[in-house]
Design a protein around this ligand. Structure first.
Ligand code: SF4
Length: 318
């Protein structure tokens, strides 16, 4: 399960989202944004759990029934079909055997792949909300894996959040590939300071105490706990208010280099962003312009100004 420092960013995906004709009706659910845009940066690992456990294409339609926490995956019309246990086993097997993934994109509403709000039918009354069987087992074994459903990527905030988590987790995987040491853990934490602050200043402080207390003998346990906290922090969506605080913090590193007019322009830009008048990319671009002219070694180490490729334009809409 090791990962080379220059390894591709591998992301698991429900195979039907890449256009593979593996759906119960022989069709696919190609998502062009995922394939054509994210596919330029991620190496997808397509998986169809229902085909993998031996169900053919086409196949009878499945649905979830029973206890929303522990539903069963059964045939809609043919009640003799119950693939709950094979799907559970396959989820656990994939959690063990898949190569190191930096993220996973799931097809929404599927009784196997749906991450949340999948209908769980009841004997009486309206369906309740549950989770697909395969995804439940997989994520139970890899709880910090950045995961999202394709439909939610239409929301610019959730899209940016997912991609940010994938890139951050990939950086963590690269860190692990070169044998993690207390110094490397502290450096990882320091370089993610501003990203963490955009999700909540308390995360930076709490994780910082954790990282600072690390000892060589306990590095593995500390790293595991740190990662759990780090990924949970990034999952909390950043807000305009928190981003604006980070932008003002960055402005502080330019206070001796900029004249009054440049500072006023930046402040007005940050304020306008805070109030919803501008997307994040505008103050970020202005700051990057000033830091190019007045480099600062501390800011240059931070991932915040470019946490993912600018060409994805994820900050143009948040
Ligand atoms: S949603 Fe999952 S199980 Fe259904 S076709 Fe797509 S990959 Fe296969």
């Amino acid at each position: 399960m090791s990962i080379a420092a220059t390894s591709p960013i591998r992301v698991g995906i429900s195979a039907c989202l890449l256009g593979e004709k593996v759906r119960f009706d022989g069709n696919h659910k190609l998502d062009r944004y995922i394939r054509d845009t994210l596919g330029g940066y991620f190496e997808f690992v397509p998986i169809c759990p229902e085909v993998a456990i031996g169900l053919g294409v086409p196949r009878p339609t499945l649905r979830l029934e029973g206890d929303p926490q522990q539903p069963r995956a059964v045939g809609v019309t043919d009640k003799s079909i119950d693939v709950t246990i094979p799907l559970e086993r396959y989820g656990r097997k994939m959690a063990r055997e898949l190569p190191p993934l930096a993220g996973y994109l799931f097809k929404a509403r599927s009784p196997s792949c749906g991450m949340e709000r999948v209908k769980v039918y009841q004997d009486k009354g309206a369906p309740k909300a549950g989770q697909g069987i395969y995804v439940r087992e997989l994520l139970a074994a890899r709880p910090w894996l950045p995961a999202e459903e394709e439909g939610r990527l239409g929301d610019p905030v959730l899209r940016e959040n997912f991609v940010e988590r994938v890139f951050a987790y990939h950086r963590w995987q690269q860190l692990g590939a070169t044998r993690i040491t207390p110094a490397r853990l502290l450096e990882f934490h320091a370089r993610h300071k501003l990203i963490l602050m955009s999700h909540g200043a308390e995360y930076y402080r709490t994780l910082g105490r954790q990282a600072a207390a690390v000892r060589r003998e306990t590095i593995k346990d500390t790293a595991r706990d740190y990662l759990a906290g780090f990924m949970a922090a990034l999952q909390r969506p950043a807000t305009r208010k928190r981003h604006a605080n980070v932008l003002q913090h960055l402005l502080g590193y330019l206070k001796r280099s900029l004249d009054h007019a440049d500072k006023a322009e930046l402040l007005a830009c940050i304020d306008s962003y805070r109030l919803g008048g501008l997307p994040l990319i505008v103050p970020i671009t202005l700051l990057r312009h000033h830091f190019r002219r007045h480099p600062d070694p501390y800011v240059a180490q931070q991932y915040y100004l470019e946490p993912h490729p600018a060409e994805l334009m994820l900050r143009n809409h948040i």
